[in-house]
Design a protein around this ligand. Sequence first.
Ligand code: NDP
Ligand code: 8X3
Length: 254
Amino acid sequence: MNDQQAQSPLAGRRAVVTGASSGIGRATARALSAAGASVHLVARREDRLRELAEELGPGTTCAAADVRDAAAVAEVFADQAFDLVVANAGLGRGVAPLHEGDTDDWADMIDTNVKGVLHTARAALPALRAAGRGDLVVLGSVAGRQVYPGGNVYNASKHAVRAIYEALRLDEFGSGVRFTTVDPGLVETEFSLVRLGDQEAADRVYDGMTPLTPEDVADAICYAVTRPPHVNIGEIVLWPTEQASTRDVHRSGH
Ligand code: NDP
Ligand code: 8X3
């Protein structure tokens, strides 16, 4: 491998990242671009996408789309063949016992986290299958492996993402396409602000501990998609060192 290949392991790859306007998606778009991929950015906040596209430069494109809308997602994939797909868009809404849950919040989480991933996979697969190679990475969570009080519907949505990942492996077995689920613990992004609706409450989630950064997760995604074609990194679980489970966080106060 020459220097150029070592620096640009994703040269020639065309990637799409959903939820690229913030957090893990934005960091992943930056990392994939730095590794040589040309990246298409998708989210609802188009102004942020345009800013990021400008930062990343030639080869980066963007489109506003809501992953809850199957037709809008299909349009993203209509005239482009992506060979690296990161289905990252997702959110939590509220933390409450089930009987107190807001059914609009439930719909938002299920429609975004579950149906959004389904819409993305369905739209992406024809081109991936036709190419006989490529990557589909989904953002699960440790919340898709363990539940916690008040997490009920978010937990269910991320358990569903894990089931979708496992189903894709079986359905697409033999196609040459690789599937990866990346499942982080606490990552400091806008996630908690979106979920709790207030910055002070969001800050308390990470109080006294060192969470993962979006760049840590992007690095894991890059690792998976830069392995040789015969290697499929299936599942990556990343915890902050100070988090032992979804319920156990060591707040040492530094
Ligand atoms: P952020 O809130 O920082 O980013 C979420 C992204 O998803 C934004 O770009 C947002 O863009 C996009 N998004 C949300 N809803 C939609 C929609 N309907 N259509 C299109 N895009 C949408 O959170 P994170 O970066 O933390 O979250 C990214 C993923 O990582 C999610 O799936 C989350 O569940 C998962 N995750 C997060 C963890 C954490 O601790 N932060 C831990 C484990 C997993 P816009 O609003 O512009 O549409
Ligand atoms: C987000 C991480 O533990 O807050 O998926 O659910 S957690």
